[in-house]
Design a protein around this ligand. Sequence first.
Ligand SMILES: [Zn+2]
Ligand SMILES: [Zn+2]
Length: 352
Amino acid sequence: MKAWVLHDKNDIRLEEREIPVPKRGEVLLRVGAVGICGSDIQRVFVTGAHHMPLIPGHEFSGVAESVGEGTDPSLIGKRYGVFPLIPCRKCGPCLQKKYELCRNYDYLGSRRDGAYAEFVTAPAENLIPLPEKVSLEEAAMLEPLSVAMHALLRGRPRKEETVALIGLGTIGLMLAMLLKEEGITPLCIGNRMSQSKKCQRLGIPEEDFYNVRDGGALSWLAERTKGRMPEVVFECVGKEETYSLTVDALSPAGRAVLVGNPASAMGLSQDIYWKLLRNQLTLTGTWNSSFTGEADDDWHRVLGLIEEGRISPKNLISHRLSLPDLMDGLTLMRDKREDYTKIILSLQPREN
Ligand SMILES: [Zn+2]
Ligand SMILES: [Zn+2]
């Protein structure tokens, strides 16, 4: 099979590899579609992966080709989305089915081989069967959408609350999409005018978008909320300035959900720190997504929304590439050569 193998940081090569053999409890999947995640840019060009050589790619879908020993053969031939985190199922969080908090997990595409390849193996327990209406491309977006859903549920904004969203990268836009679906129009703070258009396509009016580069985001929020300020803020950037803006912007007893991965040290000035205390703010972290196999986990919620046509994540696909073009997609994102939202590698004929 063809596979992109990461040998070292900044050294990824398209190679011919043996098709992997599914072990006990595992399934061999023919990859249908795989998304490029921002974390792959770091992994491939900056940090490398935990174990190398490694095939990256953790946002994917596929069709079951064969199964390992002890795995139900009726899975073969069906289409699946795949939860990339493989929990130990023994640690404290795992025993409470909080697999995203597992202390000793394995991970497709960062700790073991992922889906920048024609085939990949995954535990049968990590598969989510796809309804007819959901395409393999959409299913490749279940992972980032579930991350956004997890963040949403960590904040649990109510309809009557004012919500602000800082950062409109892929996860930020997905969160905006989910908030809209909940009947909440967030006040959006981005750093590019192209994001204003993207927000408008999600049904967010132009006047609810503000470009942080114009300065004065705080006074804009004050004006838009008639001085009340947002009760919930989602920080989807991970920079000191936006973290500080988040704390500064919250109304008394407000809640922040910290979503963006920190780009460097995240400090607060004394003034802003006082606000945490005096305004009795709640800061909540969010990590990954929940996949318990039950109808109310993040993955099943998101899949349900796509199936019912309540969200249309395929509108967020800005680029469709084939497997050999991975490097183009990676460098496009690294160098920000073009505007993008989600870049998907499609390995099978498009279904819709
Ligand atoms: Zn990702
Ligand atoms: Zn565990």
